[in-house]
Design a protein around this ligand. Structure first.
Ligand SMILES: Cc1cc2nc3c(=O)[nH]c(=O)nc-3n(C[C@H](O)[C@H](O)[C@H](O)COP(=O)(O)OP(=O)(O)OC[C@H]3O[C@@H](n4cnc5c(N)ncnc54)[C@H](O)[C@@H]3O)c2cc1C
Length: 350
């Protein structure tokens, strides 16, 4: 009978921000083998596609997407090889990211423990090179298996070909929309882990008097720290940190630091230090908080009253509402600090 997508599907509930209109066509994919037929159908009907996983980093438009939304649900987990010091695992892109982190810790494999508690699926993790508490997925990624929509074949990209950057990769930039990630292959470590060099984590273990924590102890710490930092999207819909921490040139940073000696700069240290290369990574949350914007409300969206970096849907918000708030924050930050804040989630217009 051929490929038959669902029609007129509501999108808001498929994302953690609960914003979005409808998809004219929608399908759930459980195997890469289904993709050639789907892309032949798209070509035949001259329709565009959008890929969706857990929806925790996606803000859909308010109208109708006149194309096909493809929800990825490709499962699978295997240990491909092991040595004394490491193991290589491969994971289906539709597996829940945090469940896989927990599983690797059960297997005594380290390298992604600081990425505990990040919502979403494994296939989305390389898209924005997820990161937290000093780890990024680029550090452990050996390769990413993809369906190449240009020629309808499954192929593999090396770590270098993924062009990972801070909250960015080829999947979000140079080859946007070209690849559908079907699996990720990670090289994890069997060596003893170390305390994530972030103030919250350092203080957590200092208080508990633990100098050489185990992987489960690090996971527990990160989950606890995150619980205090992020609003649960099930309670108040959001997409986590809304703005990327801006990386600015020394001259700009020095001016901000001179005017605001208490500005928060990453990596956090006893004194303000630059990144390798001399640029500075400023905490976007601090910039917003320092402007007194915590709790700012506009239409049905607001800045979380406790966490300046988290924008929230108070109920029934539209992408238009959100964009107004985003522009207001961006304008005020640019005016005060000369920095342009960039949104982290993928904002899809339709
Ligand atoms: C409370 C909260 C806390 C968060 N904390 C962090 C954090 O600490 N660090 C961090 O980096 N992020 C964080 N995020 C953001 C988000 O969880 C991650 O970006 C996550 O990887 C998104 O996964 P997802 O499955 O929900 O992606 P989705 O929102 O479904 O998709 C995100 C993007 O990836 C694309 N995509 C998804 N799957 C595929 C695929 N298989 N192939 C190709 N493209 C695909 C989509 O088209 C979309 O452009 C947080 C979000 C929330 C809500």
């Amino acid at each position: 009978m051929g490929f038959q997508p669902q029609q007129n599907v509501d999108l808001a509930e498929l994302t953690t921000f609960k914003i979005g209109g409808q998809a004219a066509f929608y399908t759930v994919v459980t195997s890469a083998d289904e993709l050639p037929e789907i892309f032949a159908w798209l070509k035949q009907n001259s329709l565009p596609h959008l890929v969706l996983s857990g929806g925790s980093n996606t803000i859909f438009g308010d109208g109708i997407f006149r194309g096909l939304v493809i929800k990825i649900s490709i499962m699978g987990f295997a240990v491909l090889s092991e040595s004394e010091k490491s193991a290589v695992i491969t994971v289906g892109s539709g597996e829940d990211w945090d469940a896989i982190v927990a599983k690797t810790i059960d297997l005594k494999l380290g390298g992604i423990e600081a990425l505990s508690g990040i919502p979403g699926m494994c296939g989305a993790a390389p898209v924005q090179n997820i990161g937290a508490y000093g780890q990024e997925i680029k550090d452990t990624t050996l390769s990413v298996e993809v369906f190449d929509t240009d020629n309808s074949v499954v192929t593999s990209l090396t770590n270098a070909e993924c062009e990972f950057e801070f909250r960015n990769s080829t999947f979000k930039a140079t080859q946007k929309d070209r690849y559908i990630i079907t699996a990720i292959t990670l090289k994890l470590s069997k060596l003893p882990p170390s305390i994530p060099q972030y103030k919250d984590a350092i203080n957590y273990f200092k208080e508990k008097n633990i100098s050489t924590p185990t992987l489960p102890q690090i996971r527990k710490a990160i989950l606890e720290i995150r619980r205090n930092k992020f609003m649960d999207p099930a309670v108040m819909p959001n997409a986590g940190s809304f703005f990327k921490n801006p990386i600015v040139a020394e001259l700009v940073a020095k001016k901000i630091i001179a005017q605001n000696p208490d500005v928060k700069v990453y990596p956090e240290d006893t004194k303000i230090i630059p990144l390798e290369g001399g640029n500075y990574k400023i905490a976007a949350g601090w910039l917003i908080q320092n402007l007194g914007l915590k709790g700012l409300e506009l239409e049905k969206v607001r800045v979380d009253p406790n966490h300046a970096l988290v924008l929230e849907n108070k109920g029934g918000a539209t992408q238009k509402d959100l964009k107004q708030l985003v522009s207001k924050i961006q304008d005020l930050v640019t005016k005060k600090y000369g920095i342009t804040l960039e949104a982290e989630p993928v904002i899809v217009e339709f």
